[in-house]
Design a protein around this ligand. Sequence first.
Ligand code: DX5
Ligand code: ZN
Length: 216
Amino acid sequence: MKIHPSILSADFANLEAELATISGADAAHLDVMDNHFVPNLTFGLPIVSRLFAVSKLPLDVHLMIEDPDRWAPSFAEVGCDSVTFHLEAAKDPIGLARRIRDIGSKAAIAIKPNTPFSEVEQLLGEIDMLLVMTVEPGFGGQKLIPETVSKVVAAKAALRANGLSVAIQVDGGVTESNIAQLADAGADVFVAGSAVFNAENRNLEIVKLRELAHSH
Ligand code: DX5
Ligand code: ZN
């Protein structure tokens, strides 16, 4: 059970210091948004590259951008542990996942709440992680959309049936009150932005979330 806090809810003026406050996390989740694929704009490659230089945590980059076929490999090249691109945006998802893996990063595919699991099912053999978005991508602090949880269940069943070891990540609205249910459904990597960054003691919150995920 892994907890990846999203720095979308961190203080963007002090990112190095903010990363130090989540030292107990398994990785830092970096939301790259281009104001085209999603209606919000965050940061891109130069900042991710600098964060890699100062971070003690592995970096899990979530690309909410158009044309990941062009940009995603560069995020692998700067040292991100995993590079996640959206199925809805990729022209050649298999080719892109292979390029990311060839560079040495884990490759992951994300699906938005309205994208059925069946659209990604045939690609599971090509990736290290599947990201099931549990909110519409773009903003932190939203409520989890309950209907998305059945996709986690379907993904887990498909992985088991095919003997594949692919992590299932959930992202959006993950809190103390729903993380056990998500773990029960089959998720094993949990992104939590506001739940961690708004907590008084962030590392304590990470421990609490991990324990709740384990206790399902
Ligand atoms: C939303 C991002 C998430 C977001 C999660 O588009 O992909 O990573 O930061 O934030 P919370 O946990 O606050 O929903
Ligand atoms: Zn994200």
